[in-house]
Design a binder for this molecule. Structure first.
Ligand SMILES: *Cc1c(COP(=O)(O)O)cnc(C)c1O
Length: 381
C-alpha cells in the first residue's frame, strides 16, 4: 500500500501481527485435527483482504473464503495461491471467472450447477464445488430434507465434483439456543449421510463459524470457517461465560485534531444545534465523519481518546467532521493524535463498544470504515 506523505491524518491501522496472533490463539484452542478457512469477505471485514490473506497464508491458513467471485479475483491478482471458497456462490455469466481464477464456488441451488457444468464441459475440465445445506438458517442452501434428491440430480453433472458439504449456524453465539444449534448439527449429519447414499463423500465437512468453533466442539467437522475471531472481534459474537481464546483487536482508527476552539457557555456546536455548552468549553474538530464510517447515530454519544483521556463527542456528526469536548484534557492542540477505535495507555474504545451504542455488532463497525480511510498495515516481521 502506497503511503501518501501529505494526506488527511485519518487512518485505519491494521496490526497484522495481531491477526497472526489471533489465528494461532484460536488454532491452539481448537487443535490441529481440523483445517482452517479464514473468511476474508467484505475486504476482510474492512481490514484489507489482500494484506490479511497474505499474512494468513504465511501463517499456514488452509483456505480463504470470500463472498463474491470478484473478491476472489482480487486475491488472485494480489498473488494469493491458497484455495478460495466463494461463500456466496456466483452469478450468471461468472462461470468463466470461476474457472479462470481457480475459485471454488458454493452451490446452494441445483440451477447454479447447470451453467457451471456446461462451461467446465466446454473446456474439458472438472470443477470442484462445495454444497451448502440449509439446516435452519433459512437463508441460502439446499434444504436438508432435499439433500438426497439434490445429490441424485447432481450426478448428471459430470464436470462438477462435490468436494465439500457445509452448513451455517443461525444462533451458535447464543447458548440458550443450544438445542437449535444441536438440531442443525443433526440435520447436517443427516444430509452428509444422504449424500453418501448417493455415492458422494466430499473431502470437506464444515459447519462452524467463529461462535460455532469456539462454543460448540461437536460442530467442528473437519474444517472451520473463521471470520470475527481472527479480527479480534470476539467481544460480541462469542457467548459470554465460556472459556475463549485470547484475542487482540486488529483494527485501530486514528486521526488528529484539526482545530481547537473556545466555546462560550450557551453557544451551540454543529448541525441542528443539538449541543449547547454548559460552561466555557474547549472543542476540537476531528476530520472523520459518517462517510468514513463514523456513524451519525454517535452524535452526542460517542467517545474518542485524546492524550490518554476520554473526549466525548458533542453535537452532530457530519459527513467529514466530528466535534469533541477536550475541556478536561491538557495539552491538546491541532495535530494531537485522536484515537477513534483502539487504545491509549489503559483506556480503550473497541469496535464492540461502538457497536453496542449503535445496537449492532462490531462486524458492521469495521466493515463500515469506508474506502476513503486509508489502511496502514503494520507488522514486525
Ligand atoms: C461470514 C461467514 C462465516 C464467518 O462467520 P464469523 O462469525 O465471522 O466467524 C462463516 N461461514 C459463512 C458461510 C459465512 O458467510
Amino acid at each position: 500500500m502506497q503511503v501518501i506523505d501529505a494526506s488527511r491524518p485519518t487512518k485505519a491501522v491494521i496490526d497484522l501481527d495481531a491477526l497472526a496472533f489471533n489465528f494461532h490463539s484460536v488454532k491452539t484452542f481448537i487443535g490441529d485435527a481440523v483445517q482452517y478457512l479464514a473468511v476474508v469477505k467484505a475486504n476482510a471485514y474492512g481490514h484489507g483482504a489482500v494484506e490479511c490473506s497474505r499474512r494468513l497464508e504465511a501463517e499456514g491458513i488452509d483456505w480463504l473464503g470470500v463472498a463474491l467471485p470478484e473478491e476472489g479475483v482480487e486475491l488472485r491478482e494480489g498473488g494469493i495461491t491458497s484455495p478460495i471458497l466463494c461463500l456466496g456462490s456466483f452469478w450468471p455469466g461468472q462461470e468463466s471467472l470461476i474457472i479462470d481464477n481457480d475459485l471454488t464456488p458454493v452451490i446452494f441451488a441445483i440451477e447454479k450447477a447447470g451453467s457451471l457444468n456446461a462451461e467446465a464441459a466446454k473446456r474439458g475440465v472438472v470443477v470442484d464445488v462445495h454444497v451448502k445445506i440449509d439446516t435452519g438458517m433459512g437463508r441460502v442452501g439446499i434444504r436438508y430434507e432435499d439433500a438426497e434428491e439434490f445429490a441424485a440430480e447432481f450426478r448428471q453433472y459430470a464436470n462438477l465434483s462435490i468436494d465439500g458439504i457445509m452448513t451455517h449456524f443461525a444462533a451458535a453465539d447464543d447458548l440458550e439456543q443450544n438445542d437449535f444449534t444441536n438440531r442443525q448439527i443433526s440435520r447436517f449429519n443427516w444430509a452428509v449421510e444422504a449424500f453418501k447414499q448417493q455415492g458422494i463423500v466430499p473431502t470437506y465437512r464444515d459447519l462452524a463459524n467463529s461462535p460455532g468453533a469456539i462454543a460448540h466442539s461437536n460442530s467442528l467437522g473437519n474444517m472451520v470457517r473463521l471470520g470475527g475471531v481472527l479480527y479480534g472481534l470476539g467481544g460480541d459474537v462469542l457467548p459470554s461465560g465460556i472459556k475463549t481464546p485470547e484475542l487482540k483487536p486488529v483494527m485501530s482508527v486514528v486521526s488528529e485534531i484539526a482545530l481547537v476552539k473556545q466555546v462560550a457557555e450557551g453557544e451551540t456546536v454543529g448541525y441542528g444545534r443539538t449541543f449547547a455548552a454548559q460552561r466555557e468549553s474547549v472543542i476540537a474538530s476531528v476530520p472523520i465523519g459518517y462517510h468514513d464510517g463514523y456513524a451519525r447515530n454517535l452524535s452526542n454519544r460517542g467517545n474518542m481518546i485524546v492524550n490518554g483521556k476520554i473526549a466525548p463527542v458533542v453535537g452532530r456528526i457530519s459527513m467529514d467532521w466530528v466535534t469533541i469536548d477536550i475541556s478536561e484534557i491538557a495539552g491538546a492542540n491541532a495535530g494531537t493524535r485522536v484515537t477513534v477505535i483502539g487504545s491509549e495507555h489503559d483506556i480503550s474504545i473497541k469496535a464492540e463498544d461502538i457497536a453496542a451504542m449503535l445496537s449492532t455488532i462490531s462486524y458492521e463497525v469495521t466493515c463500515g470504515i469506508s474506502t476513503r480511510v486509508p489502511r496502514i498495515f503494520e507488522e514486525k516481521i
